[in-house]
Design a binder for this molecule. Sequence first.
Ligand SMILES: [Zn+2]
Length: 144
Amino acid sequence: MNSYKDPENKIEIKQKITTLQNLKEIVDYANELYPSWIISYVNRYSYDYPHLESNWDYICKQNKTKRGQIVIVDNIFEGDEYSILKIFINIFILSGFIVRSKDEIYVCEKCNSAIPNKETFEKMKDSNIEMKIKEWNNKCSSCL
Ligand SMILES: [Zn+2]
């Protein structure tokens, strides 16, 4: 059993989404359908990860939108049975937001910026992606 799968009235829900006027109405509707999905919002990535920040700026430029926030959600599911959640995620991205699951992101307790998990850090390190730190930590180097 999984409460994030598309409900039986998914066609009705998709129609309703097309009538929503702005991002606030979208967020409210997402919260109404899946109350536990959106956990929190973070304004930026940690200064230790300039690549993630510039990537985000690039995506916003491509989508001709201003930067929003990083939306931390309970989980990001793959598969056709999660098509409603996928619609919400796409709307967020097109609105300048980034959507990440709570397992992917730590929030620095001192400055409230987003830090990718250790697994992502190691992958970025292996790919020689620019980072200001050599070892992973759940706080920014400037916040230690
Ligand atoms: Zn910090």
